[in-house]
Design a protein around this ligand. Structure first.
Ligand code: PLP
Length: 390
């Protein structure tokens, strides 16, 4: 039987489509009218606001979370041969950043329930070359930070948190991104708040923040940033071969207003997450685990696991069927060792990461954006139920 579109609107529901409001549009227009597009006062304002929101000592806005991860590891002075431990269930950029920093990525399998890196398995991968841990708060669920901080302290390891999913997350009252040396955030279009492309790094030490600023702007001495203020002619000196990772005022213009609504958007996503959870309780799919007590989940992704043995349908067929109902979904993610480059380069074997591989082959992320209307949410629910009850 052909799939009959159930959405009343003849409109494809784009996965991860962001909420953009008038204030952002006006602020971007203001930048355009003033003619100041690049790094300037709005970037400084966004950094201040983000630092205040997180209660962080130092914040540097960058062009992406990937840049934030890369520069954190450069500021930490990782050397070739140093090993950085991360999770097998993450976006490729967590791993690529380690490679770009000249270090060697070491993967650890996840806990099948939380989908976060399993601390017991981290211990088994530590060698004399291990220099850093790079946990990812997957889908917005904070990792087991007591165990991870304990491992980092006992083995004297740097701690770099990938908070791309987890701006709002907290673990036992402490905000994510502040547990270790560096916390890296993304404002990519599908993330919880957005600047289009964009990222932020929080650092504990002033020196790390200032090194990152230099590296983010061609390796020009710190004074070069004054060129972005109205202070007359300023010479700069290049002190290292840096990168082009600065954020633009056009991006910060969006972020300043998004950040004001971060809790409003969080509450909306939480309500949708809860609604899905109740609507799918009787279906033959695994739903996300309940958030752990004494934590704050950032509700970035709502993932179901479509297992052919339980549903009679493969994950990819389910994705196609959803598409047939005019609903866009995501896959977060195919596990890292599934990608040929990493397998070929590091010799990673699928059998060594059974939980991540199994999740990666079954997972589907349903739309979970603050932009969704109640009708959109009910359309998603109706489509999922129709597909799985056939
Ligand atoms: C999106 C994402 C990144 C990269 O963020 P960008 O800002 O696009 O560079 C890194 N890690 C995870 C887990 C992500 O989801």
């Amino acid at each position: 039987m052909a799939d009959r579109p159930v959405r009343p609107k003849d409109r494809f529901l784009v996965f991860g489509s962001p909420m953009i409001e008038e204030a952002e549009i006006n602020e971007v227009t203001d930048s355009l009218r003033k003619g100041w597009l690049g790094t300037g006062p709005k970037v400084a304002q966004f950094e201040d606001a983000f630092r205040a929101y997180k209660g962080a000592p130092h914040a540097v806005a960058l062009s992406s979370c990937t840049a934030a991860l890369h520069l954190s590891m450069l500021a930490a002075d990782l050397k070739p041969g140093d090993e950085v431990i991360t999770t097998a269930m993450t976006f490729c950029s967590s791993v690529n950043a380690i490679i770009h920093a000249g270090a060697t990525p070491v993967l650890v399998d996840v806990d099948s329930r939380t989908m976060n890196v399993d601390p017991a398995r981290i211990e088994m991968k530590i060698t004399p070359k291990t220099r850093a841990l790079l946990p990812v708060h997957f889908a917005g669920r904070p990792c087991d930070m007591d165990a991870i901080c304990d491992i980092a302290a006992r083995h004297n390891l740097l701690l770099i948190e990938d908070c791309a999913h987890a701006i709002e997350a907290e673990y036992k009252g402490q905000k994510t991104g502040l547990f270790g040396d560096f916390g890296c955030f993304s404002f990519y279009v599908t993330k919880n708040i957005i600047t289009g492309e964009g990222g932020m790094v929080l650092t504990r030490r002033e020196e790390d923040a200032s090194n990152i600023k230099v590296l983010a702007l061609h390796g020009m001495s710190k004074d070069a940033w004054k060129r972005f203020k109205d202070e007359g002619f300023v010479h700069y000196y290049v002190v290292s071969a840096g990168y082009k990772y600065n954020m633009m005022d056009l991006q910060a213009a969006i972020g300043i207003h998004q950040l004001k609504r971060i809790d409003q958007y969080w509450k909306k996503r939480k309500a949708i997450w809860r609604r899905y959870d109740e609507a799918f309780a009787d279906l033959p799919v695994d739903r996300p685990a309940e958030p752990e007590p004494d934590t704050r989940h950032a509700y970035h992704l709502y993932t179901i696991l479509v297992d052919e043995k339980k549903t009679g349908m493969e994950r990819d067929a389910f994705l196609d069927a959803l598409h047939g109902h005019n609903i866009g979904a995501g896959v977060h993610y195919m596990s890292i060792p599934e990608h040929p480059f990493y397998r070929d380069t590091f010799g990673w074997k699928l059998d060594d990461y059974p939980n991540a591989v199994s999740i990666g082959r079954r997972t589907v992320s349903l739309p979970l954006s603050a932009k969704l209307s109640n009708d959109d949410v009910e359309d998603v629910i109706e489509a999922v139920r129709l597909i799985l009850q056939r």
